[in-house]
Structure formats: C-alpha cells, structure tokens
Unconditional design. Structure first.
Length: 201
C-alpha cells in the first residue's frame, strides 16, 4: 500500500505549469511578474512596481514545486539559496556586492552565461541569525533601489522576522491558499481515470 502511494506521488507529480492543482490566480501573478521584470518602461501595474516578491503558504502546499516549474518554462536560470548556504558569509557578500544589471550573480558564481537570472530564497522562515537577516534585508533594499535581478522569498510562515521586515519595506506578498474540495476532486478524478479505477456511488 505504501509502495503504491509513493509511486503515485512520483507518477502524478506536476511536470509542467498546467499540471499544478489550485492557486491558479497566484501562479498567474508570478508568471506575469517574471515576464514583465526584464522589460523596459515596466510601469503602471502593481505587480510591475516590485523587484522582489514573497510567496507564502502552508508547508507542502506546492510553493517550491510550482516556482521551479514556472522558472523552467519561462527559461529562467534560478539560484536557490537556503539557510545553510547563508552560513557562508562570502556567498551573501557576493550577492550584495553585485551592483550591475548586466553581470548577474549566477554568472559570477558559476561562470556560466545566463540571460535571465532569478534569486530564490527558500524556507525563508528558517533564516534566524541576525547577520543573515541583515544581509538579506540589505540585498532586498539594494534590489528595490537598483533593480538588479528578481528575488523570490518562499516562506511557510507569514510572520517570520525576516519576512515581516521586508514586508515593512514594501515587498509584495502572494499567498498560496489551501486546496479546495473541488481542486482535490478534479485531481482524484484525473488519477482514477488514468488508472482505470471505477468507484461505485
């Protein structure tokens, strides 16, 4: 039973944006924001006026998975940073000191030529050291002023100290909601059809 359960998890794991169940409006907002980010004269819409965003929602709701799918389909090359990466002060300093739009951080760290870069801070609520939070807040402020590259903060808690502070600084938050019964029904029906499972009322 457990083996089948895990097989289904892998088999029906979303492989493209259209496979994502629920939060379609939120996913669309992120896609729109990313598509417009590198375009010039990008004003007039609330989403366009933010160089960084927060994507929040319960743990396991699909924030990281959907972001990876979005970035892949839009041909972005992300750099994911976690709390353990941020223990290395040089990594943070390299990001903060990157002050041009044309030489992005991903290039300087990996020596690859990438056209469209995005920085993703995953599990932002786990970043608790004062020095790490201060460095990220400094980076956020610099990006807000100079528009260096898009930054996405992923968090499972709306009110971590880091997230609270960057929200005070004007960072836009996009909240993922729990799946509705209708969302779950559509997913289950899809799986049953593909597995040729018949359920009697």
């Amino acid at each position: 039973m457990n083996n089948n359960h895990h097989l289904w998890i892998n088999k029906y794991k979303p492989k493209k944006i259209s496979d994502v169940v629920g939060n379609s409006n939120e996913v669309y907002k992120i896609i729109y924001w990313l598509k417009k980010w590198y375009k010039k004269n990008n004003e007039g819409n609330k989403l366009n006026n933010h160089n960084s965003i927060i994507v929040s929602g319960s743990r396991g709701i699909g924030k990281t998975s959907s972001i990876k799918l979005i970035l892949n389909e839009l041909n972005f090359k992300p750099l994911f940073l976690y709390s353990n990466n941020l223990k290395n002060k040089k990594v943070i300093e390299k990001i903060v000191k990157s002050n041009t739009k044309h030489k992005n951080v991903y290039n300087s760290m990996t020596k690859n030529k990438i056209k469209r870069f995005v920085l993703v801070i995953d599990d932002a609520e786990t970043i608790t050291l004062s020095s790490e939070k201060a460095s990220l807040i400094e980076l956020f402020k610099k990006n807000k002023k100079e528009k260096i590259f898009p930054i996405i903060f992923l968090t499972s808690f709306h009110y971590s100290k880091l997230i609270t502070e960057i929200k005070k600084q004007g960072c836009l938050e996009i909240k993922y909601n729990q799946l509705t019964n209708l969302d779950l029904k559509k997913l289950i029906t899809k799986i049953y059809k593909k597995e040729n499972i018949i359920i009697n009322d």
